[in-house]
Design a protein around this ligand. Structure first.
Ligand code: ZN
Length: 247
């Protein structure tokens, strides 16, 4: 497999030498791949603009010893165009790219579900049909679930006692009953827990109708959940703007 073709999302680029870039891609079949795109920083480059973050590309790569070489790139979706120019979309999208990279920490390990979630999340973000913070939180909950860290929002995460329960514990895995409730558990509004469940299941009619104060509370719990599981905070999550007026 010296020459191979795949589709992927550009997660990140880094300068390399005078004119090249190292491109980090999350691909459909080959997991996370790092490859050199030669000459892309020259103005006459054939594919420079196609290998920017958020781009959904069809790419041909030559397998190298450490880094692969990008030999062809075709744009499938230029999500960057409608994401980069809008601050709320951009910060949400950046957090999604960063999370995708963190959740696929082993290079070349296929992660097709993470790939499909990211493509779907970026498509929703670019389409602008839902508030960017909701798209981000839905993506984060689902990508954590795919990674094996699905939170529970109804039955007790520890003993399985039927819910709904008032207490929510990030370390405990979600909703917790009065008997299992660890010290320091949160007590979110029932509407917030309903919003979180709708984001995980993809029930957008509930999510789109939620109030700003419940969105803010849900976002805080999702961020705490992500940070707990990834062990250190995502830099870009702190930049995500929560501009919704007080609800
Ligand atoms: Zn319990």
């Amino acid at each position: 497999m010296s020459l191979y073709r795949d589709e992927g999302i550009v997660l990140r680029t880094q300068k390399l030498g005078e004119a090249d870039r190292i491109v980090t891609l999350l691909t459909r079949r080959n997991g996370r791949v790092r490859a050199v795109a030669k000459g892309v920083r020259r103005t006459k480059s054939r594919f420079g603009a196609r290998v920017e973050p958020f781009a959904h590309v069809d790419v041909q790569l030559h397998q190298g010893r450490s880094l692969d070489i990008v030999t062809q790139v075709e744009t499938i979706d230029a999500f960057g165009g409608s994401v980069v120019g809008d601050y709320a979309r951009y910060t949400a999208g950046t957090a999604m790219l960063e999370t995708a990279e963190r959740l696929t920490d082993v290079e070349r390990e296929p992660a097709v579900q993470q790939y499909l979630l990211l493509v779907g999340g970026l498509r929703a973000l670019a389409a602008g049909e839902h508030e960017p913070g909701l798209v981000l939180d839905a993506y984060l909950l689902r990508s954590l679930a795919v990674a094996g860290w699905a939170p529970t929002f109804t039955d007790c995460a520890r003993c399985g006692a039927p819910g709904p329960h008032r207490a929510f514990s990030v370390a405990g895995g979600g909703a917790v009953c009065p008997d299992c409730r660890p010290p320091g558990s949160a007590s979110p509004a029932p509407e917030t827990v309903e919003l979180l469940a709708s984001l995980l299941s993809g029930d957008w009619s509930v999510a789109d109708g939620s109030l700003p104060r419940h969105r803010r509370e849900a976002a805080g719990l999702v961020a705490a959940f992500v940070q707990y599981h990834l062990e250190r905070g995502l830099r870009s999550l702190r930049l995500v703007e929560r501009t919704a007026p007080a609800g």
